[in-house]
Structure formats: C-alpha cells, structure tokens
Design a binder for this molecule. Sequence first.
Ligand code: NAD
Ligand code: UGA
Length: 438
Amino acid sequence: MRIAIIGSGYVGLVSGACFANFGHEIICVDKNKEKIKRLKNGEIPIYEPGLKTIVKENVASGRLIFMDNIQEAIQGVKAIFIAVGTPESRRGEGYADMKYVFGVAKEIAPLIKDYTVIIDKSTVPVGTADRVNEIISEINPQANFDVVSNPEFLREGSAIEDFERPDRIVVGANSEKSLEIMNEIYSPLNVSRNQIVAVDLRTAEMVKLISNAFLSIKIVFANEVADLAEKIHADGIKALIAMGMDGRIGEKFLHPGPGYGGSCFPKDTKSIEKTGQEAGAHLTLVEAAIKANSGRKAGMVRKIIEAMGEKISGKKIACLGLTFKPNTDDLRESPALVILPSLIEKGAQIRAYDPKGMEESKKIIKDIKYRNSSYEACEGADCLVIMTEWDEFRGLDLKKIKNLMKGNIIVDLRNIYYKKRKNVEDIGFEYIGVGFKE
Ligand code: NAD
Ligand code: UGA
C-alpha cells in the first residue's frame, strides 16, 4: 500500500522504515528540509540501534523515500499517518501543544481527493481525532476520508524491535472501511494472531495516555520502595524482584533510579492529569507520581552530596551517562539535565562521558568538561556517578578506574554494579546504589 508518514522523527522514521520493511510503499515527509536532505544522503538524524540498516535496505529497494513537500507526498496514497511532535505547550502547564497535529490536518485537508484514511500516531489528548475530523471537514466539505487513532508504544533504544513485535496494536476507528485498511497495513504482523485491538477513537487515545501513566506510577513506586528500603536496611532490589514475580504485578518497569525522563512519560503524565482535572475525575495516583518524580532529582543530588561527606565544593565528579536511558542520543527530560547543573551550582566540577549524548548535551550544559571515554572522565575524580546504564559501563576495568581516581566513591544511580558490589568494594571503592544500604 502507498502510505505517507508526516513527521520523520523517532516515531515517523521508525514506523516508515518498518512499514517499508513489511512491503508497503512509504513516503516519509518532514517540514525540516535539513532533516530530509540528510535522510536522502543516507544519514540518520537520530541514534536508534538497527535503524540505519533498515532505512538503507528499504531506500535501496525503492520502498522508502523522503520528501519535504506534503502536497507531492500524499498524491495517490491510501493512508496518511500523522507522527509529528506533541510537546508540552508551556513548561509545567500540562497541555499538549497541538499546533503541529492540527497544522498537518489543515495542510492536508484541501489536498484530499479519493478516499483516504488519516491516522493519528502522535500521542494526543482524548478528543483530538474528533477535532482533526472537524478541521478537515470545515476546510474541505467534499473530502472523502476517515480519521483513525493508532497510538504508538515503541521505546527509544529498542524501537525497531518494539514496532515489529508489539504487545498489541491499538486501532481506534469509527468505520469498517478504515478498520479494513488498518488491518491491511498491519497484516504482516497479524500472521500468528490478530494483534489489533479495535476500539473507538477516544478509547484508543486514552489507552496510550493511561499506559504511559501506569508505567510512570510503577517507576515512582519502585523509587519510593527503594528509599524506604535504604532507611529500614532491607534490600529494595530483591524485594521489588520478588514482588514483581507475582504475575498480577509483573517485574518490568520496577527498576529504581534517578526518576523517569524522556520525551514522553513527563509530558504524557501531565497531559492525562490535566484531562482528569478538567473532567472532574482526578487521577490522584498520576498527580502524586508527577510530584514524586519531579522531587526525585533533588533526592539524587542529596544522595551524591551525602556520599561525598557533605563536601562537594571544588570536588571533581565523573559522570558516566547523560541521556535519559541507554541506546539513544535523546536528552529530553533526562535526569542529568537537572542533577548536574545542581551539583555545579554547589561548586562541583563535572567531567562527563556519554557514548551518544555528548553532542546534544554540549548545547545544553556548557559548564561541564566533556571527555572522550569513561576512563578520561574518571581521571582525578573524587566521586564517580553512574547516571545512565549504557552496556559499555558495565564492563569497565574498575581497578584501572580506581587508580585513575583521586577518591574512592561510586554512586550508582542505575545499580549496574549491584550484583558485583562485593568485588567493587574489594577493589577499594565505597559503593552506594539505589534501594539498599548495608
Ligand atoms: P520528534 O520531535 O522526534 O519528530 C517530530 C517530527 O515532526 C519533527 O522532525 C518535525 O520537524 C516534524 N514536523 C512537525 N510539524 C510538521 C509538519 N507540519 N509537516 C511535516 N513534518 C512536521 O517526535 P517523536 O519523538 O517522533 O514523537 C512524535 C509523537 O509520537 C509525539 O506525539 C510523541 O509523544 C509520540 N511518541 C513518541 C515516542 C518516542 O519514543 N519518541 C514513542 C511513542 C509515541
Ligand atoms: C516510553 C514507553 O515505554 C513506550 O511504551 C512509549 O511508547 C514511549 O514512552 C512514548 O510514549 O514515547 P521511552 O520513553 O522511550 O518509552 O523509554 P522507557 O524505556 O519507557 O523509559 C522511560 C524512562 O523511565 C527512562 O528515563 C528510564 O530510565 C525510566 N525507567 C524505566 C526507570 O527509571 N525504571 C524502569 O524500571 C523503567
């Protein structure tokens, strides 16, 4: 099927490449001309494992092309995916900024000729599909189309795997015709069982937001259990694993750390919180999770200062990891962006290394000395902080690091050395993780 995808960011580009891999003819569009130029030159603007190969293969086969012109891109397509950003409109206010989604609806409205399905893949407040419907009908009353909601559940860092092996595909549709087209689009994934959960538009929009909200609550719960365990001298990590083994609870998303970040959990929790408040049906757990997560970063700063014996002014801290999670170059809402400036403000000198996030971080935090390797970052450091759980940090030569450092403190905000903490201590480190205190 010939399909246009509008917005070629994390979601648009990954979806486009994967749909092309299913055999569809995909036109990925972006208004950012520079991005399209780079994509046409075979450059991938984001770091996402496996994406480069799949894009290259599908461009070579002619099934994936890039354009900056919407008018040209949507000619002869049966389906148009909207995959543009929906950031928070004004920081702290919670409302999703819908100008990009509605902007696309306005742009495509006069261009629709034959029956077309307009599919919203961006994460949006409930009621958005209805509004997109209205916008298109007002501009072009003759337009023959249906709006569908098809939220995306991929995670950065494992986006291809998540897209190609989803737990479910949620489709909100109000007509049989549009549902049939969605079935056809996803048919390569529906071989062994039908993955599609067909619901109405508003329900589909709600599924996306409550899924992110629930996962955020799970993380906040794990973080609070970790804090409690430290105070009462229990092992919070083992307790959470044992708790999660109950099939009703599930062990995923119970890893304590510096708080959830990224481009989605922070904004989507605020978005559904707002919806609840406006509808007079408060989501009190979500409200509490947002509050707890925002305080989490200050808690981590406290933890580092305490580990360093309350003296950080003039001290050197090596920070390994800057991105909000491993296997991405995305720094949006990364805990590092709050924790590091706070340590700097208190007089610490930061030397940081991240395998993929430094280019972006250099634009945001200037008062850091960026180093080319973990070992370089640790030279002369009084304390080492593990901020992101990149695999390459797990296999570091800790004896070498001990010799390079001036001090002997490791604050592991991701518990990557939790299992081998006895070895770490035998090397001569004082090891502080999250959720246990011996
Ligand atoms: P992004 O910022 O990486 O990409 C959005 C792209 O849309 C940008 O390249 C921008 O230039 C382009 N764009 C904006 N307006 C346009 C227009 N009128 N015409 C053409 N292109 C336009 O965003 P993202 O991370 O891919 O997220 C997109 C949506 O998907 C958001 O609603 C987000 O919440 C949701 N989502 C994201 C993820 C994720 O892991 N990043 C996962 C699931 C859902
Ligand atoms: C998240 C969801 O997992 C995806 O299903 C969803 O599609 C996406 O948001 C979205 O809507 O954009 P993502 O933000 O890429 O994906 O990454 P996650 O793996 O969910 O991690 C989010 C944050 O939670 C990270 O900061 C991570 O470190 C933190 N986290 C995650 C924890 O602190 N503990 C955990 O156990 C799991």
